[in-house]
Design a protein around this ligand. Structure first.
Ligand SMILES: C[S@@+](CC[C@H](N)C(=O)[O-])C[C@H]1O[C@@H](n2cnc3c(N)ncnc32)[C@H](O)[C@@H]1O
Length: 232
């Protein structure tokens, strides 16, 4: 909350113009995702790894979708449910506290933003099976958004230990070979948002520095040094 946007997205934003605020860029990112998915009123959407719930609520409010959003974080699910109730969207957005591997039912759309890098390569087959069994066979659409790499190599040991425990950002080829090709999924679009991520980090760092005394008093100097290094 101290350095994210007001809706608490914590993945890369999308800057329609370089000087857009972080708030505007995160809304633009959600619209970008919805446009790529060709979201239509009445679409049944399943989201894997929904964070604090902003995208699920956005899809329901602005695109008329019915969303089931999965997440293993109790705190985030509770927050999402409260927002849905407060904003009159509880009938159209269901927040489910469960692992994405337990998704059941058929949907028009599968979306996941920022979860794949935490899934681990050894579980790509499981993710692929979930997508195959939950997407409707005729005309199902999906979007996987993840931090990737240009070359196969382990994540920097410091980042793995301090910031993203257990994470593995795949190359595009690894994602294609592990998920898309064996799943018979047709890739219609691929986009690299790296410069948008750099700008997002600039915003997060600016807000972090603005709140640094509060961050220090809450989490201590080691935390401040680690996050300053990561965000920079
Ligand atoms: C980097 S966050 C991204 C959150 C959100 N999509 C966003 O853009 O802000 C990754 C999310 O995936 C969730 N997650 C991680 N492993 C999961 C699993 N096995 N099943 C469901 N959700 C999972 C985390 O709790 C977290 O909410």
């Amino acid at each position: 909350r101290l350095w994210l946007d007001e809706q608490l997205l914590y993945t890369c934003a999308y800057f329609p113009v370089p000087d857009a605020t972080l708030e505007r860029a995160q809304v633009a990112k959600m619209d970008h995702v919805c446009r790529k998915l060709r979201l239509r009123p009445g679409d049944r959407v399943v989201e894997a790894g929904c964070g604090w719930g902003a995208l699920a609520l956005h899809m329901a409010r602005h695109y008329g979708a019915e969303v089931k959003a999965f997440n293993i974080s109790t705190e985030q699910i509770r927050y999402g449910r409260e927002r849905a109730r407060a904003e009159g969207l509880a009938g159209r957005v269901e927040f489910v506290e469960d692992d994405y591997r337990n998704i059941q039912g058929r949907f028009d759309v599968f979306v996941s933003v920022g979860m794949l890098e935490h899934v681990g390569k050894e579980k790509y087959a499981a993710l692929r099976e979930v997508i195959a069994r939950c997407l409707r066979q005729d005309g199902g659409r999906g979007l996987l958004h993840f931090i990737g790499r240009d070359r196969v190599r382990p994540l920097n040991a410091w980042i793995r230990r301090r910031i993203f425990p257990g994470a593995y950002p795949p190359t595009l080829r690894e994602a294609l070979e592990g998920i898309f090709e064996p799943g018979g999924l047709s890739v219609v679009d691929d986009e690299n948002l790296r410069l948008h991520y750099a700008r997002t980090l600039e915003h997060w760092l600016g807000r972090f520095e603005g709140a640094v005394e509060q961050v220090r008093s809450m989490f201590g100097e080691r935390f401040v040094r680690a996050w300053r290094l990561y965000l920079a």
